[in-house]
Design a protein around this ligand. Structure first.
Ligand code: HEM
Length: 155
């Protein structure tokens, strides 16, 4: 697990530009932090719930919905596989999709600060709706706050 996380995290080891409006926690997420979240929150069922709630919000968001394909089912499944793996669960994403390369996979989509901010607000809300408690809540918030900014490919 450590091996996979260390393949994902170095690519995110960049600081944001000054003046960013995202609610950054300040902490650069560590692989050690992320690796216990899957088990701590309750495994597949909880992450499935999180992804479902997140996608309900994406579907209703007029800014973000057009970036996503008409059928959300496959992306939703990939999101589930990625998040369970990233947070210390089974390595299903890499087995099925190869190296996560998250930033590269997002290059086809125009993601600026407004889009990253909106994406993040939905994910943070979904974490709370799912009832994820500390310390996992803060670990997840740290990771998503950081990663959403990193996914930007335009202003
Ligand atoms: C915390 C940061 C993020 C993570 C961890 C993340 C994760 C993912 C994952 C795992 C996928 C599926 C990749 C695959 O097909 O294998 C995906 C797809 C996608 N993401 Fe993100 N993402 C993040 C940020 C964003 C942001 C800020 C946007 C902006 C709107 C975005 C928009 C999309 C879109 C449009 C897709 C394609 C969905 C589809 O093909 O159905 N993502 N993301």
């Amino acid at each position: 697990m450590r091996r996979t996380l260390s393949r994902v995290l170095p690519a995110m080891n960049q600081r944001s530009a000054p003046g960013d409006q995202l609610p950054l926690s300040g902490a650069v997420p560590s692989a050690a932090d992320a690796s216990t979240v899957y088990a701590d929150v309750g495994g597949d069922a909880t992450i499935r719930d999180l992804v479902d709630r997140f996608y309900v919000r994406i579907e209703a968001d007029p800014l973000l919905r057009p970036l996503f394909p008409p059928d959300l089912a496959q992306g939703k499944e990939h999101q589930f596989l990625f998040l369970t793996q990233f947070f210390g669960g089974p390595m299903r994403y890499s087995e099925q999709r190869g190296h996560p390369r998250m930033r590269a996979r997002h290059l086809p989509f125009a993601i600026g600060t407004p889009e990253a901010q909106a994406w993040l607000s939905h994910m943070l809300a979904a974490i709370d709706e799912t009832g994820i408690t500390e310390p996992s809540r803060t670990k997840m918030r740290n990771y998503f706050s950081y990663a959403a900014m990193f996914m930007r490919n335009q202003p």
